[in-house]
Design a protein around this ligand. Structure first.
Ligand SMILES: [Zn+2]
Length: 258
């Protein structure tokens, strides 16, 4: 499967990428276009920017959902433009970019030398911290609300709410086709953050990886995360052994506790 666009509503598109099953977003107004996440290195970002230019010639605004490299290391290809993110994303990128790059270059060297080289050469663009805790991007004829709804996959995830289309781009707060990733997560806060996301009343939720989801699918994921939160709390109070909690996890084999 090669990368392709899916149109979710008029002027609201998701782009599905083979690499890491990533999903990025594009929202068109009459004066500007919003790109949601920029892929994982400068080469991938350039591919995405070229794909965006097959859809629109409008000036670009970028929103970064969170600091993980696969969502934000491709930003350079879109400059100059505004690059919106939560202040926590700015701090986390400054703190972790070198370590993320080193870890993933090492992984790619084992299976994809070209991507390893591209990532090694990438200097990520630090976004601004304008989404604190919300910002509105006026695209002309339509606005997109960028909102931090609480901690979850990270401490700084933002969603992009295209209210007129009933579409929410959720970053890695939601995952389709793979379990949620807990590497930098706040398991006890995550369910309430997804409840807040569902409270926006979306028709479609676009995850950071995988196919667009229904609200019911996101609610199922929220409920599974709620079971994780309960297990996490039981381990924290000493009423449950960590290994037993891991065994009872709705995501078998996925490590969510340290
Ligand atoms: Zn992530």
């Amino acid at each position: 499967m090669s990368a392709h666009w899916c149109e979710l509503a008029e002027g609201v598109l998701a782009r599905r990428h083979t690499e890491l099953d990533l999903t990025t977003g594009l929202v068109l107004g009459t004066e500007r276009a919003l790109v949601i996440d920029t892929r994982g290195d400068e080469r991938q970002g350039a591919e995405l920017a070229a794909a965006v230019r097959t859809v629109t010639t409008l000036p670009i605004v970028v929103a970064i959902t969170h600091t993980h490299f696969d969502h934000c290391f491709g930003t350079a290809a879109f400059l100059p433009c505004p690059v919106h993110a939560h202040p926590g994303c700015v701090a986390a990128l400054r703190a972790t970019a070198d370590a993320q790059r080193a870890a993933w270059v090492a992984r790619y060297r084992l299976r994809d030398a070209g991507t390893a080289e591209a990532l090694a050469a990438t200097v990520p663009v630090v976004p601004d911290g304008s989404v604190d805790p919300a910002a509105v991007v006026d695209l002309g004829g339509r606005s997109v609300e960028l909102r931090h709804l609480g901690r979850g996959h990270t401490d700084h995830d933002i969603v992009a709410h295209v209210r007129d289309a009933g579409v929410v781009f959720a970053g890695d707060l939601a995952e389709q086709g793979a379990p949620p990733d807990f590497g930098d997560a706040f398991p006890q806060d995550w369910p309430a953050t997804l409840t807040a996301l569902l409270g926006l009343g979306p028709r479609i939720v676009v995850p950071g990886h995988g196919e667009p989801m229904t609200p019911a699918e996101v609610a199922d994921q929220r409920d599974a995360l709620g079971r994780i939160a309960a297990l996490h709390a039981a381990v924290a109070t000493g009423s449950l052994d960590a290994a037993e909690a891991q065994r009872r996890s709705p995501f078998p084999g996925v490590r969510w506790s340290s």
